[in-house]
Write a protein that binds this ligand. Structure first.
Ligand code: ZN
Length: 863
């Protein structure tokens, strides 16, 4: 083993540490304890609230500023005296002007107000659904991350201000209320309604507070002194059994991993029968909220692949109970500490608790490729960057924060070793519990455990955007020792992301049938690494580091000749790198086809799912051009035999990724209009009228997709009738999406007409519009611009700045970039244009890549 560059030298590398970031509220006054009572009117979609906040005045002041948004404040007092309040709606702040300066020490503020219950998932919001008997039902829940607790009560709504929360809420006589903490008492009121009081929470950030109420059932299991619960709409609580069992296993695993046990007496998981354009689940401390399909398992229409998603989502949200809830970023600049970590941790738990699902390889195929893709264009950004506005904070929940964050943490764990890494995490948890941190405090603890600083590597990957490209040249062998020469640059899909840049890149190499070696490649100069055994050498063994690899032609050919002998992760990573290198113009697409030719027929299903995605991607790259047809025909010729081999119907004991492969093959062949498949889909859907379970769970979604995509007007109307009559909210949400996927222009227009009516709920209408943009991006974008007020009403505020422009991002019409720019100029301030940049970049990159690959793709299609 040989270090390519000593780490001591890395310390000289001048990367600055980010300043302690902060929000915009003055630090002179901080909350200590909130006591909040709310009384909702679910029918009128309003609520009244009152609170008393014990505050710590740190510096004498005659003004106190905190957050409030969309609240009508009727009364405010300071130490019992009525006090005038002024509001700054744009800043979402209110300021109390005190008659005389408050002295340093403890004081009490009170407020009374009325607020709105929203129809989309922000602040206090309603989820409308139907009961099994077809009657209407409404569940009320809250969603506060990132900055929406201020729509519930006046608060210091920034993560750095931790305080305790005592919550009380009025619920109708026939409903149940639930929150972060257990119920301490319930008072029956004169009108029969119930006033719930919940126990006081530990010190926590405002975005983690939660309240819910509805006609629900709760089922629990005990794990040590923690009660784990699942809360669902009436009638489906048994569908939470898988979640309960999984949560118990994950809780034991995390209690051990983090070294600090889960500190609350209970951990509820709440299933909301709705949807959001912004999120799928939220880690409220002790009361994790999920939209139903991410928590409940219904065997009548779900598969082992859905179980895998449920497990991963639970493990992600439970990781936040430590990373996020117990220890919280000081400010949203370090959001990745929550999200990158939780994503990585959930994969680690999955790997250890469900090893047969092979999550490490799935990661290389999906998450890692997703991160590298998002990080390879001008629209990327450093993982850590300064955020100020509400729109900027909303847009930070992206692929870079989650997937690149996950990849970078995985790389660092693999660099220092899993035991050392865990020691660092345990020390970090013990040291910072119930408080706030910045990223460097984590690196310090990992570095101490490792015995040398990790920051030089970590800073390179978190404070600058972009993907390293390691070039491999002239592999040689002498006396049984292989040598490879490595150099680095920056990999990019567009000119702006190809600027010179370097990193301290941890690199692991391995000779096929020989040994392995670790090193660090830093700076642009050539670095030689040696390994026991002769070439071909796999660079980035196991694909645990975050970079692309380009071999010279001879070494690539030698490696590909051994393709079946490579580990699955390296097979997947090689295909991913070869496709990306062709798309970026670094090597000919023919090199990718050489690799493809080396894939054996009996390759792992994951390899075939990557191939299916790659060659299916060609057809959409040339959508509506003369190349589309021959490309679809060519892809079908390769993919049909694979479907035949794994079979049209599920076999018992199948792995999740086999179910996924079947689903994506059927979807692709169905979209390509395979006549036998379309006929099959039609007969299955016709049978749904008399038997709701007519379609086997394993193929339900791709069959419906095939039907919807190829629908005639009469078939589309039949699907609409089925959707309207559906009482299962999960199936209904899915079917609404299907209505937007028809290929036929006139049917897409019918779907858009529906968005304007109240046939479906606001979140369903937002999903329907987004679905229509898949095949008809121009039509969907034009519709949204022409009906902007209606469309904005369907969206959480945090989604608005990027939603409309993202509808146009799949367009191949040369006019679209101009239309998106004009929309932005008219509607979005400069600080809210991250989504605009992503959409414009994605259109430009797709065009550039299509031109670049055209000759090779044309040749391949004709072969
Ligand atoms: Zn998360």
């Amino acid at each position: 083993m040989k270090f390519a560059a000593p780490l001591a030298a890395c310390l000289l590398f001048g990367v600055s540490t980010p300043a302690l970031a902060a929000g915009s509220l003055p630090q002179t006054v901080a909350p200590v304890a909130y006591d909040i009572t709310v009384d909702p009117d679910a029918k009128a979609l309003t609520f009244t609230g009152s609170e008393s906040i014990t505050v710590d005045v740190k510096q004498a002041t005659d003004t106190i500023t905190l957050n409030a948004a969309d609240l009508d404040i009727s009364k405010a007092t300071f130490d019992g005296k009525a006090t005038p309040v002024s509001a700054d709606a744009a800043q979402q702040q209110i300021t109390l002007k005190l008659a005389e300066p408050a002295s340093v020490g403890t004081h009490v503020l009170t407020f009374a107000w009325t607020g709105k219950i929203n129809k989309t998932a922000a602040g206090f919001f309603a989820i409308d659904y139907t009961n099994k008997d077809g009657s209407d039902a409404r569940m009320l829940v809250t969603q506060f991350e990132a900055p929406d607790a201020r729509r519930f009560a006046p608060m210091w709504d920034e993560p750095g201000f931790k305080a305790t929360f005592k919550l009380s809420a009025v619920a109708p006589a026939d409903e149940t209320a639930f929150s972060n903490m257990p119920v301490s008492s319930v008072d029956t009121q004169a009108d029969g309604s119930k006033l719930y009081h919940f126990d006081v929470s530990p010190k926590m950030s405002s975005y983690l507070l939660f309240l819910g109420m509805g006609d629900v059932e709760r089922k629990t299991i005990q794990d040590g002194n923690v009660e784990i619960g699942v809360i669902t709409r009436r009638g489906v609580v048994d569908q939470g059994d898988y979640a309960l069992q999984s949560a118990k296993r994950v809780l034991d695993y995390y209690n051990n991993y983090f070294g600090t046990p889960y500190p609350l007496p209970k951990l509820d998981m709440i299933a909301g029968p709705g949807s959001s354009q912004f999120f799928a689940a939220m880690e409220n401390w002790g009361a994790i909220f999920y939209f139903e399909p991410t928590l409940l398992f219904d065997p009548s229409h779900e598969t082992v692949s859905d179980k895998e998603d449920i497990f991963l989502t639970i493990a992600h949200e439970m990781a936040h109970q430590w990373f996020g809830d117990l220890v919280t970023p000081e400010w949203w600049d370090d959001l990745w500490l929550n999200e990158g970590f939780a994503s990585w941790m959930s994969n680690k738990a999955m790997n250890d608790l469900n090893p047969s699902w092979n999550i490490a390889a799935q990661n290389v195929a999906h998450d890692r490729e997703g991160a590298l893709g998002a990080d390879s264009t001008a629209a990327t950004h450093p993982i850590i960057r300064h955020l100020t506005t509400v729109d900027q904070i909303g847009s930070a929940f992206d692929g870079i924060t989650y997937s690149k964050g996950q990849a970078v943490i995985g790389m660092i764990e693999s660099t220092v070793g899993p035991d050392t890494f865990r020691t660092g995490i345990r020390n970090y948890m013990a040291k910072y519990k119930y408080s706030n941190t910045v990223t460097d405090q984590l690196w310090d603890e990992i570095g101490k455990a490792w015995g040398k600083p990790i920051a030089p590597i970590a800073h390179d990957f978190t404070l600058q955007g972009g993907v390293p490209l390691i070039k491999v040249a002239s592999e040689t062998c002498s006396g049984g020792t292989g040598t490879v020469n490595l150099s680095q640059g920056r990999f990019g899909l567009d000119a702006a992301s190809k600027s010179p840049q370097t990193w301290h890149v941890p690199v692991k190499i391995g000779a096929i049938g020989g040994g392995a070696a670790d090193g660090i490649v830093s700076g642009p100069a050539n670095t030689a690494m040696t390994v026991k055994g002769c070439p071909p050498v796999v660079v980035n063994l196991g694909k645990q580091s975050y970079f692309r690899t380009q071999y010279d032609a001879k070494d690539h050919a030698a490696l590909v000749a051994q393709f079946p002998r490579l580990a699955l992760t390296d097979q997947l990573g090689t295909l991913g790198d070869d496709m990306a290198l062709a798309r970026g113009g670094y090597q000919d697409l023919g090199v990718y086809f050489d690799t493809l030719d080396a894939v054996p027929q009996n390759a792992d299903p994951l390899v075939w799912s990557v191939v299916a995605g790659d060659i299916g991607g060609f057809a959409s790259l040339y959508r509506d051009t003369p190349l589309e047809r021959p490309l679809r025909a060519k892809a079908d010729k390769i993919l049909s035999p694979i479907l035949q081999r794994i079979g049209f119907e599920a076999k018992p004991g199948e792995q999740p990724y086999v179910v996924d492969l079947r689903s994506s093959l059927i979807s692709q062949l169905g979209v390509d209009g395979d006549p036998a498949l379309v006929a099959k889909a039609r007969s299955y859907v016709a049978a749904l009228k008399t038997d709701p379970d007519a379609i086997p769970a394993a193929i339900r979604r791709p069959i419906l997709l095939t039907y919807a995509y190829n629908a005639t007007p009469a078939e589309w109307e039949a699907l609409l009738a089925l959707t309207k009559a559906e009482t299962n909210p999960v199936i209904k949400n899915f079917d609404v999406v299907m209505l937007g996927l028809a290929k036929d222009d006139a049917l897409a227009r019918r779907a858009l007409d529906l968005v304007k009516t109240d046939t479906f709920t606001a979140p369903q209408r937002a999903s329907l519009l987004a679905a229509t943009s898949q095949r008809h991006p121009d039509m969907a974008f034009d519709f949204a611009v022409a009906n902007l007020d209606t469309v904005n009403e369907l969206l959480e505020e945090s989604t608005r700045a990027s939603y409309v422009v993202s509808l146009g991002s799949r367009s191949n019409d040369p006019a679209m970039p101009g239309k998106i720019q004009a929309f932005a100029d008219k509607n979005l301030p400069e600080s809210s244009r991250q989504g605009v940049k992503r959409a414009l970049t994605s259109i430009a990159v797709r065009k550039e890549v299509a031109e670049r690959l055209r000759p090779a793709v044309t040749k391949w299609a004709a072969k």
